[in-house]
Every structure is written in structure tokens, then in C-alpha cells.
Ligand binder design. Sequence first.
Ligand code: FE
Ligand code: FE
Length: 165
Amino acid sequence: MTSPNQIHNLEELFLHTLEDIYFAENAIVKALPTMAQKATNGELKHGFETHLKETKDHVSRLDRIFKSLGKPAKGTTCPAIEGIIEEADELADIRDGQVKDAALASIAQAVEHYEISRYGTLIAFARRLGHDDLVQPLEETLSEEKATDAKLTKLSESSILKKSA
Ligand code: FE
Ligand code: FE
């Protein structure tokens, strides 16, 4: 984690937040294949695979953002996402397949909500700092995170929760 005495202004806080989400997106790229492998519901498995591709695009978009700021693309440890992924690792060992799917879907939504909050903040900071060119790529990622969250809600309600009781 960046130490607080390295952050003196909103520009530095913006950069720190970019490094935080860069770490998180890379951690999600590593975690999603296991989540896809552990899911028993076909649609959930497919959803994780699709979001893995999108998440790789999120990393590339951040690479371009760092580049346009003239900063090295690097992550700063984000204990929040590490904690959520740790929960996924634990719950992926639930024996009952349907209950495990419900757990994996709920953890995935926690991940999406984390990302949604970060990108919302980054967009507000970018606007305030006059980085108008960065707003659109950040919004593209934000809308993919929101769509994934909505898909997970729909899948849980229409299928996963009906099979788990
Ligand atoms: Fe993402
Ligand atoms: Fe995501």
C-alpha cells in the first residue's frame, strides 16, 4: 500500500487509486480461471470466462491511462480485493455444487461492487483534475462492471438460487 505521507494532493490520490485498481484487476485476472473451474452451473462458468476476457481489457485500458499520464503502470497492494479473493478461495471448497455456485456468484458480486466504487471515484477525480480524455475509458470499464453485476443478479435469481436450498 502507498503510505499516506506519499499522497499530498488529489492528483497523487488519483494516481494511487489507479495503482490500487490496477493491482485489483490483475488479481482478478488470476482468480477468475479458478472460479470458472470451480463453478458447476454452466452459465456461471461461462460468465466468469467472459468476464476474464473483459478484465484483461480493463488491465490494458489502465496501461493506456498510465501511459497517457506519463507514469509507469504499477499496482499497489490492495488488501480489500485480496480479502474478497481469499473468501472466494475458501468458499470454492463447499461440497454442495449448487450452494457453492451461490457462494461464488455472491463473491463475484462483491468484486464487481468493489470495482464499481473504484471506477466511480476515478471518474469523479479525473473530471475534477481536468483529465477529460481519461473519463471515457474509465466509463467503458465501469459500464462493463455494472453489466456483469446485473448479469450475476439475474443468473442468481433465475437459476442458481432455484437449485440451491
Ligand atoms: Fe474489472
Ligand atoms: Fe469486474
